[in-house]
Ligand binder design. Structure first.
Ligand SMILES: Cc1cc2nc3c(=O)[nH]c(=O)nc-3n(C[C@H](O)[C@H](O)[C@H](O)COP(=O)(O)OP(=O)(O)OC[C@H]3O[C@@H](n4cnc5c(N)ncnc54)[C@H](O)[C@@H]3O)c2cc1C
Length: 465
């Protein structure tokens, strides 16, 4: 299959084919018929958010398909999520963002390897499908005065952070607020980043699982945003929200050596954001294919050479984006979460062990040992191989290329086609613009590329003028 890397194992091709066909069917039956309508409905009244997609996605099992089988999910792998994501993006980026924010939050919860906590949260999602009450998650990192800088291992040191966590015995209290949190409006729970010491965020970051009905947690109004209207983003406030410490997926108490903790936080920024950026890159390839498909039928009516030159640019970009999408899949496969399990014997075990045995295996893995192993591996890696580099390179490069295609499409289409809602070029442009902003703006991501290539030497980002 063209969307799979060449070194991809044959044993996983079946899942890739199945997920591709499944995602396409959902896109054709559910997303495409409603995408422009939903955009218009939210545009007319941003407080009215259509939840029909959430119910359908839940019934279809999309919220737990990529959850491990041992926790009741279907156990699909992150790279097959990338394949689905590209297909949904061809239909509506807003929907892909709903899904992306949900799985981003699950990834955050998995980062400390605290298996019992992860299992509890995952099982809620599975129960949500069974009792038809969606248990959607949201990842809450961005704060009013700290955006891109919270998504970089250097800049986080100087970020103006407000969300503080105080740990007292067996309880933790969160105070502060987050903004622009996708899914917040309908989320049943949040994966929240907060900091034990606001002056040393890089050394004191924590990730907590906080349910939306927790006293003190409140969700603000839906932001009026440019695009991806199907996925609402809102402010989330934490007013002395109290949780037991076993709801902390990651905090200093999990480590006996402070340096290990600091390195682990850095590793996570690299890994989690690097991978979610690969997800954003894939979204760009999906929209590109939609533009190509939408404009192709018009081509035989064109008489001017300049129009073919513009169209040629769109085709060229689309080919490049699809080649890069395969590279993004490959990077997810090689560096992504569960990368080790997906290769070799681990894969065989996950695919063939009965759930009861898998569960037993999971429950016997000591989180501390797993974290130590991860740290050791990370310290041995060379910077250029780090996920951060690939995530930033592909996210910034592919979303910029997509905007170039949309510029060409706008000129080609003229006002009439541009505003034609059955061919939503105008919607795609608003939706695609956000790919250049979230997961750290592209301006920051290109600096990551320079940083990972060694161009900054030993200097830190915040030392640049
Ligand atoms: C639709 C949408 C959904 C989102 N969903 C979520 C979510 O679910 N969860 C979540 O936590 N966050 C979410 N975000 C927040 C998103 O991750 C941030 O918007 C993003 O990281 C950028 O941060 P910022 O908006 O604070 O911009 P800033 O970082 O403040 O950037 C402002 C400007 O300064 C530039 N800039 C910043 N730093 C540098 C630098 N070092 N060098 C050069 N230029 C720089 C930027 O390029 C930009 O032009 C979402 C955002 C959007 C738009």
């Amino acid at each position: 299959m063209s969307f799979l890397p060449r070194d991809f194992p044959k044993s996983l091709e079946k899942e890739a084919e199945m997920v591709h066909a499944w995602a396409r069917k959902f896109a054709e039956d559910v997303l495409i018929p409603r995408a422009s309508q939903i955009d218009q409905e939210v545009w007319d009244s941003s407080t009215k958010i259509p939840s029909d997609w959430i119910e359908k996605a839940n019934d279809e099992g999309l919220f737990d398909a990529w959850i491990p089988r041992a926790f009741g999910g279907r156990g699909y792998s992150p790279w097959s999520y990338m394949i689905a994501s590209q297909v949904w993006s061809e239909a509506c980026l807003g929907f892909t963002n709903i899904m992306g924010a949900h799985y981003f939050a699950i990834t955050l919860l998995s980062c400390g390897m605290e298996i019992p906590l992860l299992e509890k949260a995952c099982r809620r999602v599975v129960e949500g499908r069974k009792n038809r009450r969606p248990y959607l998650l949201a990842g809450a990192i961005t704060e009013p005065d700290a955006g891109s800088d919270l998504e970089d291992t250097d800049l986080i040191r100087v970020a103006k952070i407000r969300t503080k966590i105080t740990i007292q015995g067996d309880t933790a209290i969160i105070q502060g607020g987050k903004i622009f949190i996708s899914n917040a409006t309908w989320a049943s729970a949040f994966a929240v980043a907060s900091y034990e010491d606001l002056k040393r965020p890089h050394q004191t970051a924590t990730i907590a699982w906080v349910e939306a009905n927790q006293p003190g947690l409140s969700v603000g109004k839906i932001e009026e945003k440019l695009g991806q209207s199907a996925c609402p983003a809102s402010e989330v406030r934490f007013d002395s929200v109290e949780i037991p410490i076993d709801q902390l997926a990651l905090y200093s108490g999990h480590f006996s050596i402070p340096k290990d903790y600091q390195d682990y936080c850095e590793l996570l920024l690299d890994e989690v954001l690097g991978n979610s950026r690969l997800g954003v890159a894939i979204m760009a390839a999906g929209v590109s294919r939609a533009i190509r498909r939408a404009l192709t039928p018009y081509a035989n009516q064109w008489k001017d050479e300049w129009k073919f030159a513009r169209f040629g640019e769109i085709l060229k970009n689309d080919e490049i984006l699809n080649i890069l999408a395969v590279e993004a899949n490959r990077r997810q496969w090689k560096n992504g979460p569960q990368a080790e399990t997906q290769r070799g014997a681990g894969l065989w075990l996950v695919q063939n062990l009965p759930t009861s045995l898998l569960k037993k295996l999971f429950s016997q893995l000591p989180p501390r040992k797993l974290r130590d192993k991860k740290l050791k591996q990370w310290r041995q890696e060379k910077p250029l191989e780090k996920t951060m580099y690939w995530g930033s390179l592909l996210k910034a490069g592919m979303s910029d290329l997509l905007m170039n295609s949309l510029d060409n499409a706008r000129v080609l289409a003229g006002a009439e086609v541009w505003n034609d809602h059955s061919l939503p070029l105008e919607k795609w442009t608003r939706d695609a613009k956000l790919l250049q902003i979230y997961e750290g703006t592209n301006a920051l991501n290109v600096i990551h590329v320079a940083k990972a290539s060694g161009a900054l030497g030993s200097r830190k980002l915040y030392e640049l003028e």
